[in-house]
Design a protein around this ligand. Structure first.
Ligand code: PLP
Length: 392
């Protein structure tokens, strides 16, 4: 019967590869005593006042849909937040849509701008959902490989190399999942004239903007000439520890946002109402909690990166997000072998770098969104694992 059912699955869906992150996560969950550096979500519970705002929303009977774009009060709060934190000005009425996580914003953006045959440049190693989202929207993902020697940033040369006549857009994500790379104002400005010259649209996923440790985050939408061609995506999952609430948002030029809103109306109606009330509270009074979590991530990052370099896993200092991306090339193993053996022998789960696309092989992603005690234990185990390899 199975093969009969298979015939109904579309070619596009059949050809999608399952996420490589999930595979290791599932494997690890079947074992005891595993320390997982595999998952990309905060280990913090959503701050209590935000949870209370969620309860209050229910108690007050807010169990119906909101406006398609989301509660106006929340859009206004997001508009002020973007202006205060990142010097970005977007209209609450016509330029912001609340979405079901940044994930839906990514999907919406691609669906609103891609025509068949359009190419979209994806910076890799990159978040696993981008390329499938381009494919599902009917476009062709084209990989722009970043390198450790460039600290996983894009350069003019690497960008120019992948642009063709069919290129419509480029997706940027800084701070990056999985490399933690950030790009400064000057670094962004060194590539924006190429973007302008080729008339590209920019999709900028800035969900980790608040988790930038050494510099101040600078959005590409602030660079002269970029605001009119940038769709900015963000959300509450990471910095506000709200992954399960499923709330993100997208802002950008009015014409594109209104095209996205049409698709959103038909496919989603609106983002979850309770989550919107929680997010309102997070924006109004969540700064202290955000800074507390960020301080903790910074300490863990410093510890983990230093430890990796000490035990022979060369690792650049990630400027943001909550991932370290050490090279495992010294072990002579592929990233799959490394991740499988480390899980088998020492019960530490990491994600093989190749799942993040071009340039990921030879690296593993380790999330430090886990307690410092777990990180210390993980480092001990990885050190033991490395010593066995060095002695063999
Ligand atoms: N963008 C990046 C770079 C991510 O790492 C993630 C989640 O891991 C998302 C978007 C999706 O976030 P959300 O939970 O808001 O859908």
């Amino acid at each position: 019967m199975k093969h009969v059912q298979q015939q109904y699955v579309s070619k596009t869906a059949s050809q999608l590869k399952p996420s490589g992150i999930r595979k290791f996560f599932d494997l690890a969950s079947q074992m005891d005593n595993v320390i997982s550096l595999g998952v990309g979500e905060p280990d913090f519970v959503t701050p209590w006042n935000v949870c209370e705002a969620g309860y209050a929303s229910l108690e007050s009977g807010y169990t119906a849909y909101t406006a398609n774009a989301g509660l106006l009060e929340l859009r206004e709060e997001i508009s002020s937040y973007l202006s205060e934190q990142f010097s970005l000005n977007y209209s609450a009425e016509s330029q912001i849509i609340l979405t079901v996580g940044a994930s839906q914003a990514i999907d919406l953006a691609f669906r609103a701008v891609i025509d068949p045959g359009d190419e979209v440049i994806i910076v890799e190693p990159g978040f696993v959902a981008y390329a499938p989202a381009v494919t599902l929207a009917g476009g062709t993902p084209v990989s722009l490989e970043t390198k450790a020697e460039d600290e996983f940033k894009i350069t003019r040369e690497s960008l120019e190399k992948v642009i063709t006549k069919r290129t419509k857009a480029i997706l940027l994500c800084f701070p990056s999942n999985p490399t933690g790379a950030t790009m400064s104002e000057a670094e962004l400005k060194s590539v924006t004239d190429v973007i302008e010259e080729h008339d590209l649209l920019v999709l900028s996923d800035e969900i980790y903007a608040e988790l930038t440790y050494d510099e101040t985050h600078y959005s590409i939408a602030r660079v002269n000439g970029m605001r009119e061609r940038t769709i900015l995506i963000s959300g509450f999952s990471k910095a506000f520890a709200m992954t399960g609430w499923r709330l993100g948002y997208v802002t950008g030029p009015e014409e594109i946002i209104s095209a996205m809103l049409k698709i959103h109306q038909y496919t989603m109606m609106c983002a979850p109402t309770i989550a919107q009330h929680g997010a309102l509270e997070a924006l109004k009074s969540g700064r202290e909690d955000l800074e507390r979590m960020k301080k903790s991530y910074r300490q863990r990052r410093n510890f983990l990166v230093k430890s990796f370099n000490n035990i022979g896993l060369s690792c650049h200092m990630p400027g943001g997000a909550f991932y370290a991306f050490p090279s495992i090339q010294a072990t002579g193993m592929t990233s799959d072998e490394f991740a499988e053996k480390l899980l088998e022998e020492e019960r530490v789960a990491v994600v093989p770098g190749h799942v993040f696309g071009a340039g990921g092989e030879g690296y593993v992603r380790c999330s430090y969104a886990t307690s410092i005690d777990s990180l210390q234990e993980a480092v001990k185990r990885i050190e033991r694992f490395m010593k066995r390899r060095q002695q063999a």
